[in-house]
Design a protein around this ligand. Sequence first.
Ligand code: AMP
Ligand code: MG
Length: 518
Amino acid sequence: MEKLSTKTFKNEFITTFDGDESGNFPPRQTPGVLYSKAIPTPVKNPELLAWSDELAEELQIGQPNEKDINIIGGNVLNPSMYPYAACYAGHQFGNWAGQLGDGRAITLGEWENSNKAIYELQLKGAGPTPYSRRGDGRAVLRSSVREYLMSEAMFHLGIPTTRALALVTTGDQVMRDLFYDGNAAYEKGAIVLRTAPSFLRFGNFEMLAARQEIPQLEKLTSWTIERFFPHLTGANKTLAWFEEVVDKTASLMVEWIRVGFVHGVMNTDNMSILGLTIDYGPFSFLDQYDLEFTPNTTDLPGRRYAYGRQPSIGYWNLGCLASAIAPLFEQPEQLSAALENYKTIYFSKYHAMMADKLGLDEFKAADQELIETVEKTLNLLKSDMTIFYQLLITLPAEATTEDLISIHFSPSFYELPNKVNQQELYQTINAYQKIISENQISPEASQELMRKSNPRFILRNYLLLQAIQELEKGEQTLFIKLQEALKTPYSTAHDEFFKLRPEWANDQPGSSTLSCSS
Ligand code: AMP
Ligand code: MG
């Protein structure tokens, strides 16, 4: 097993593209280049808080020794590393924001394992880069624990995501104004070592288009296709590539909807070109089902990034990507057609997913009404999404009256439903029972399908908040428990967490409301 400190890293991105090699820190615009050299700023005392053994095994990376931990802390570099910050732009909350770039992420290099799989290794929180603008390039323990645990939780749910290999505390203090209300305070600093085949975003392409650097745009596009979509060849490969990005983005949105994940900041600089969940900030799982729920306090006025809007935002963001790469097309209308196809692709995947979630043998046109009804009823009752679907799996055939149905689902209620909503639930479940009775698969097979599609353990924000509060006091019990629980989200193994969000967490900052401050 090779170690971080002994491996010979690859650096294909920086050897392929032009960069600003000065290594200077001052924030600036960097026209003409795709990255800037950015050396991590040393920290006081890096200590390893978490290490993912499974991911390490996949990468074939040895347990970290002291030198490796110093690499994760940004104090030491392996001589084959060439650390850099990528230059990208983006649309934030629907508006063009111009150049953004990796303001607190530094890629160390590309790690290749014996199967020739390549992983970009990136430090998040390792100090300023030319793209830090007014930020300090640092990350706090709170946000680093959230990213570390949640990216691993998403992976184990089977959802495409960047991953986290290690988490260190830095021994430094970082000043943060949690709610941008003038109450800044010191928090513990931390760094996540995260991995992905690539951290390229829609915004990398938008940057080059905005600067009208078309040869560079063309080069980045061909490189991306060759390296990450090698099955695409021939004269129409750029269009085929965009079609695949559309497909992957639609799939990702369906997956988020399936498990009740709300990203919170779906700006185009946070949209992975590989269709991964990327940049974990003020995210949340739904506790009570609510299509309008956004965990991000900055998003509250418009709720642009609310749970139920994510699929249409995916489409909007793909529109930005299409505009960016349009100069590469002689007939840009081909791109428009591919973009418009998003809706068909999304709904076909969404319907198939919902059929699995409900335990139907297949999706039939007539099931659409049921799916809409279930969604509407859940939204009306504001039931706990995860608990509701678990109870649906064990719905007894005898539960045929309004009362019995209400009693069966009562563990998922945050509030007792009024008479009208109770009737609504009764009618929905009745319609469901009728459709499920026509299934061509056995009830056991149907339940099995539901068990695979409906998580029983989700990493709720209040659990993250509790784990973080404990860690801040030096206590790791819940943090360790959650690391275990998130590995088997579809099992009953961790039923101590199978319960409603407790009342104390209702309006708790860090639980139901979060900011981008990290
Ligand atoms: P995010 O909302 O985390 O996706 O960040 C949006 C932009 O702000 C990206 O360009 C980040 O690199 C930058 N950014 C966020 N936090 C910081 C920070 N503490 N220091 C420097 N740049 C930051
Ligand atoms: Mg980001």
